[in-house]
Design a protein around this ligand. Sequence first.
Ligand code: ZN
Length: 256
Amino acid sequence: MRRNKRTEGVVVRSRPVGDQDRAVVILSREGLLEATAYGAQRPSSRLGAAAQVGSRAVFYLYVNPVKGHVKVSDVDRVEVLDAGGLEGLAVFQLWADLVVATHGAGHEAEVYRLLLEGRDALRRAGGVEEVERVLLGWLLRFLGLLGVAPEWDRCARCGRGLGEEGAWWGSVEEGLLCRGCAGGREGAWWLSGAMRGVCAGFAEGRLGLGVRVRMEEGVRRGLVRVVLERGEEAVGRRLASAGLVREVLGVSGGGG
Ligand SMILES: [Zn+2]
């Protein structure tokens, strides 16, 4: 094992240790890495800004060959997350939690690229509407990387093409169900044909995260609710950060 390494990455978790240091989790294209940033809580520390969730930097690391501990020995090219507002910060925190909860989903390089793309799109987003679009696109792409995004154009049970019809997305396990297979269910997890179209565009990468997609407010907010719910389902638990996102965006929890 090399004792010194240099890696470019983004901090996805950061917690204080004692009153001086921070334990961080860094996502790079090789995956997640835990390290200690000694002194990062001190106001004069060079590591302080880099050790915050959302910060992107080049990290110089020292791997203790005996204990296996990793220490952040220096940082360079630090860019803190400047997401413009509480909405953007909450959204990034949710993404970071999802990445940690899934250990990068076995697609570390892709997840890293997606996180950087989302981070840039959040920094450029002007206002809540755009933050919601970026959140939506990111979560749909992430579900795709996890392998739990449904096929958007056919019923998962009977295989029938959905055309312009609406469909039911009650769980990641069931996938999308046509009206017949959904047994007449309606409500929060019912996606209109227009909603499915938006989902497919994002999930297949035809729509970039920063792109201004024409979406009615009801469609956009309905999708945000559904996709937040499916994201939590994919990691198997409720996330405090998802609750915060719902709160700051003013979308209530799922239902069905
Ligand atoms: Zn069906």
